[in-house]
Write a protein that binds this ligand. Structure first.
Ligand code: GDP
Length: 138
């Protein structure tokens, strides 16, 4: 089933000049880009985006990291996009990620792990609308 999901190319990837390589990797895996732009998240935006993690011990560090530089949110479309993106990304900790996955190739640490991907179709819809109006998905 064709599905939509949200990825964010995270600050470490932008800083390390990996944005283009990650977009090419996603396109090679069959994702179609519906919308995308570079943004520098405010603290309030990062806190809101990661509100589900607010009780986690790493929440403040995560917010600081995600606001440390610009990021690229992209709305993506593909068959089984949510599950497939999670496979292509690899495990949260790059040292546990399968060879060839984006986090294995480009991630630096469990925090600076190069890319975000929605974890369910429900969250994908919420996360896409966090960054893009429906009229911007083309
Ligand atoms: P994901 O779905 O694989 O991105 O992982 P989670 O939803 O569990 O965590 C969200 C993000 O928080 C991760 O992608 C990391 O950037 C960061 N993170 C997760 N676990 C840790 C941790 O133990 N320490 C730190 N500093 N950051 C973490």
């Amino acid at each position: 089933m064709t599905q939509q999901t949200l990825t964010i190319i995270k600050p470490d990837s932008v800083e390390n000049h990996n944005t283009g390589k990650i977009i090419a990797h996603l396109e090679n895996e069959g994702f179609r880009i519906l919308a995308g732009r570079m943004v520098h998240l405010t603290e309030a935006q990062a806190r809101a985006f990661y509100a589900v993690h607010k009780e986690r011990p790493f929440y403040n560090d995560l917010v600081a990291y995600m606001t440390s530089g610009p990021v690229w949110p992209l709305a993506l479309e593909r068959k089984d996009a949510v599950t497939y993106l999670r496979q292509v990304m690899g495990a949260t900790n790059p040292s546990d990620a399968d060879a060839g996955t984006i986090r294995s190739l480009y991630g630096e640490s469990i925090e600076r792990n190069s890319i975000h991907g929605s974890d369910s179709p429900e969250n994908a819809a919420i996360e896409i609308s966090f960054f893009f109006a429906a009229s911007e998905l083309v």
